[in-house]
Design a protein around this ligand. Structure first.
Ligand SMILES: Nc1nc2c(ncn2[C@@H]2O[C@H](COP(=O)(O)OP(=O)(O)OP(=O)(O)O)[C@@H](O)[C@H]2O)c(=O)[nH]1
Ligand SMILES: [Mg+2]
Length: 506
């Protein structure tokens, strides 16, 4: 209840509208101004400026002359222009003000995990961790409205979610889409681009469109990107299919699987539809996304000059690519000028076997990357080299090891990002980051969790001395507890990969 000495904030003195006398005054002086008599208030509203007070006549004259000037110089078109200009300024200023005051959201329990970079020339690059600290608040989410002033026009990366998928995998595709839309894309609205070696059915199109408010595109893979090249001997290929089937190399007996690996290795980025795009996020049917993602991953990649992002780094079945390393080494020897000066291949080489490939791979069914990187001269030359040798058909070169070797040869580590914060599952491989409650619907897994899921520990394939992800991260991640030995751990039934000072849950 208001006391007489404290007038109601909304009361209108003498029936007029309430306006503080001094908009910048403190609340107490505002209230005391209002405790002035109603006569004072009414005078404030109705009295002309002091200089004209004595001469009402000249005040009226001035008012009339001003009005006639305005009328003389103003046309409806000018008024429209004037109002449009004001509206434009308002649109520009309001979001700028809100952007500046936007909260910087902490990264909660998750701390980005970065590799130890090999010594470089000392140049200072972008700082992705700082970027995340400042932008993990959905700052660029479409749903938060305009961002034009702070970002300028056309600053959204040209990026898409891409998926090679069959009509028969509609259910699995819907599952992947639902989760990625819920966790991320409903906030960012990047388009979906579906690729297929045959036309998509109307049912596929309708069902997928129904799951997103972003645009969807349905593209056919050009025939020449999905057929046996003329330098491949068909008979030899058929023998290989039989052999790979006999020894049980995953899906190695399926013709389509070989086309798929080759397409993902060297053709997806050449599809005419992607010509106008710079970044992609590869999505497979039947995968899971467990965590809310609170930033624009494509902006993150672009702003920090990152070219390749992964979230699992695990061992691959070496029987599928027996000649891959020899061919890669020969390529590097023949094209030394194409290898990046800051490339770090050490983490992929086994020192105990004179520098053979240790079969570690970025698990490429999850990838966020730069299309320009793949389109570059270096990668193109490498792909051509492998393709001409027939390894996509006579063996089963997978896009995962091929991408891994390409990324390692042609990029510095500072342009590769470990998306540990993106909880993800592909079949038996399952990755969940440390997180704050409510952010992910999964139990955190160790960084080492998926290391030998594709290659049983019992297989005769030689294993690296450290898990693949630790090989990549390097530094402290490789330090072992004092007194620990792999042999000792195995003798007590362990797998030999538990001796680390850093547990992998950090
Ligand atoms: N359109 C089309 N898509 C294919 C074909 N073969 C594979 N794909 C897609 O290519 C991606 C990889 O194929 P998968 O069979 O899942 O290969 P993978 O991931 O190595 O094998 P899994 O571990 O069994 O999932 C998936 O998105 C498939 O939908 C094909 O012949 N046609
Ligand atoms: Mg798959």
């Amino acid at each position: 209840m208001n006391t007489p000495s404290m007038p109601n904030r909304n009361s209108k003195p003498n029936g007029g509208p309430y306006t503080p006398l001094h908009s910048t005054s403190s609340s107490s002086s505002r209230w005391s101004s209002h405790s002035a008599s109603s006569t004072d208030s009414s005078r404030f509203w109705r009295t002309p400026p002091k200089a004209l007070k004595q001469n009402t006549h000249s005040w009226n004259t001035l008012r009339l002359s001003l009005w006639s000037r305005v009328c003389k110089h103003t046309s409806p078109r000018r008024i429209a222009f004037f109002l449009t200009a004001i509206a434009f300024i308002v649109v520009l200023c309001i979001p700028a003000a809100t952007t500046h005051t936007a909260d910087v959201t902490s990264l909660t329990a998750y701390q980005p995990t970065r590799p130890y970079m090999p010594a470089t020339t000392g140049q200072k690059g972008p700082d992705p961790v700082k970027w995340l600290e400042q932008n993990s608040d959905n700052k660029y989410a479409v749903s938060t409205g305009f961002h034009l002033p702070s970002l300028g026009w056309n600053t959204r990366p040209r990026a898409a979610l891409i998926s090679l998928v069959r009509n028969s995998e509609l259910e699995g595709m819907m599952q992947s889409m639902r989760q990625l839309e819920l966790r991320w894309n409903s906030k960012y609205q990047y388009p979906w681009v579906f690729f297929n070696d045959e036309p998509f059915t109307e049912e596929f199109k309708a069902a997928t469109r129904n799951l997103t408010s972003a645009k969807c595109y349905y593209e056919i893979v050009p025939k020449e990107h999905w057929t046996l090249p003329d330098w491949i001997d068909e008979g030899r290929f058929m023998n290989s299919l039989e052999y790979l089937g006999t020894i049980g190399v995953g899906k190695g007996w399926l013709v389509s699987y070989h086309h798929m690996c080759r397409w993902n290795s060297g053709f997806f980025y050449k599809h005419p539809f992607l010509r106008d795009y710079d970044f992609y996020w590869r999505v497979e049917p039947d995968v899971h996304y467990f965590c809310d993602i609170d930033y624009d991953v494509f902006r993150f990649m672009r702003d920090n000059k990152l070219k390749y992002g992964f979230n699992m780094n695990i061992l691959d079945d070496a029987r599928s690519f027996p000649s891959l390393w020899t061919r890669t080494r020969n390529f590097a020897a023949a094209h030394p000028h194409l290898i990046h000066p800051e490339a770090d291949l050490d983490w992929l080489l086994d020192p105990t076997s004179g520098g053979e490939y240790n079969n570690c791979q970025f698990f490429s069914n999850f990838e966020i990357g730069s299309l320009d990187f793949w389109r570059g001269e270096e990668n193109e030359a490498y792909f051509e080299w492998l393709d001409k040798a027939g390894g996509f058909y006579y063996e089963r070169f997978g896009d995962a090891p091929v991408h891994t070797l390409s990324v390692a040869m042609f990029l510095p580590k500072s342009e590769i990002w470990f998306f540990r914060d993106i909880g993800y599952q592909h079949d038996i491989n399952h990755h969940c980051p440390p997180h704050r409650e409510g952010k992910c619907s999964c139990q955190p897994t160790s960084v080492d969790a998926n290391f030998y899921k594709l290659v049983p520990l019992e297989s005769p394939q030689k294993k690296p001395s450290d898990t693949c992800i630790r090989q990549f991260l390097g530094g402290d991640w490789l330090k072992k507890k004092e007194g620990w030995s792999m042999v000792g751990e195995k003798a007590f039934g362990g797998d030999g990969y538990h001796g680390y000072e850093l547990s992998g849950d950090e």
